[in-house]
Ligand binder design. Structure first.
Ligand code: SR1
Ligand code: MG
Length: 406
């Protein structure tokens, strides 16, 4: 297949850097000592480059297809622009918590990003048993900052209308709509589970209450254009730096990989985080560490506290203060929690039965992976049955724990 733009390779990356002054100012493309392809996501190629002076940069290029599957699944490379724009927008609001965009190349769909190789991906850290206290709270604050700072609560009505139009991302939203909401119920041939989990996947698909919840979730995702959300805020979209020892506060948290960003429901990002805490808990439980499993579930409360406090604090600065008063803010918070539970349910199920999985579960040996996967599915169904009644993060955590940790 021929492509309309040149792909980055080890051979041409030096010339690419020297051809762009903003990049050459950050490191010397003529004296590169290290070029490593480090992409481990489902979609893109990612190079880490370092020069003789030890300066470094990340170059991330979107391919015109899904890397995970190859050219048989075409996908717009313009997704990199969504990522660049949303990182810049989010960075303007929560600078400390978002990776810096150095340059974006609209012709070759290349994002140059600050090098975070003194950080590690939070999912990997969690899977290795690390903690990084405080990440979950900071991510709750990040979601609240974005919820207010990109929406009519914090910006001019006209600005939000323009930003909403610029941030349309239908092609990637459709992927989410298919993979996250539809396919756990209606398999189109992309789902897979261990043979030991076949009956669990069948029970999920046959669960009418779960299907009804997924229709609610999908509708809200498709129609509730509240704020410029991240759109794929799992633990693999977060970098952390610190010792990782329990009790040691994380030194730095950086959100990245926001190519699924669009104007959508704020609770979708919270639901993604919650589901990923559940995977971390299921993994810990599978490895016989119930104490760590309970700790992983306690991250639900932490993220929620970070979100709620920051959101309610920001309410005093909202643009509209007549109708959008404190009582309104508290109603939004309550509804956001219910929706976060709903989206968490979808996200929990999709990573077990759907096409794109998570290392937390997949890297377990099959004898413990099967019960771990089963427990996540059962918890997802339990949450789907009562998301509309959830009134506190502790209640949500309790519902999940009842099925995950029993
Ligand atoms: C085809 S893309 C599969 C998944 O990878 C991304 O991380 C998103 O979660 C998407 O659903
Ligand atoms: Mg990603």
């Amino acid at each position: 297949m021929s492509h309309e733009y040149e792909f980055l390779t080890e051979a041409n990356i030096g010339a690419y850097i020297t051809a762009h002054p903003e990049l050459q100012a950050r490191l010397d493309g003529t004296r590169l000592t290290e070029i490593r392809e480090i992409g481990d996501g489902n979609l893109n190629v990612v190079f880490h480059v370092r020069d003789a002076a030890g300066r470094s940069l990340i170059l991330k290029q979107s391919l015109p297809y899904v890397r995970m599957t190859g050219e048989g699944w075409p996908m717009t490379p313009d997704r990199a622009r969504r990522e660049a724009d949303s990182l810049v927008a989010h960075g303007a609001i929560e600078q400390e918590l978002v990776v810096e965009v150095v340059r974006y190349d609209r012709e070759r769909y290349i994002l140059a990003l600050e090098d975070l190789s003194d950080h590690r991906v939070w999912r990997g850290a969690l899977n290795d048993g690390e903690c990084h206290d405080g990440v979950a709270v900071q991510l709750g604050r990040y979601v609240a900052g974005v919820a207010v700072g990109t929406s009519v609560l914090g910006r001019e009505r006209g600005e939000v209308a323009d930003a909403t139009a610029r941030s349309q991302n239908a092609e990637l939203c459709v992927i989410t709509e298919d993979l996250v909401f539809t396919e756990p119920v209606f398999d189109v041939g992309r789902n897979s589970v261990l043979p030991q989990n076949a009956s669990d996947a069948a029970a999920l698909a046959a669960d009418g209450v779960f299907a009804a919840a997924m229709s609610e979730a999908k509708w809200r995702f498709m129609t509730h254009a509240e704020a410029l959300i991240h759109g794929d805020l799992h633990t693999g979209s977060v970098m952390v730096r610190g010792s990782g020892r329990r009790g040691d506060e994380v030194e730095s948290v950086k959100v990245f990989d926001s190519e699924f960003a669009f104007y959508g429901p704020v609770a979708f990002d919270l639901g993604a985080l919650i589901a990923n805490y559940v995977f971390a808990a299921a993994r810990a439980r599978a490895l016989g560490d119930d104490e760590r499993a309970a700790w992983a579930l306690s991250l639900i409360d932490e993220t929620w506290i970070g979100f709620e406090e920051a959101y309610l604090a920001a309410a005093s600065t909202w643009r509209e203060t007549k109708l959008f008063d404190g009582a309104f803010a508290r109603r939004r918070v309550a509804e956001t929690l219910r929706e976060a539970a709903l989206f968490a349910s979808a996200k929990m199920a999709r990573r077990i039965v759907g096409a794109a999985k998570v290392a937390d579960i997949e890297s377990l040996e099959p004898d413990v992976r099967a019960p771990a996967a089963r427990s996540v599915l059962v918890a997802a169904r339990a949450v789907a049955a009562r998301w509309h009644d959830v009134s506190s993060p502790a209640e949500l955590r309790g519902t999940i724990a009842q099925h995950l940790l029993s």
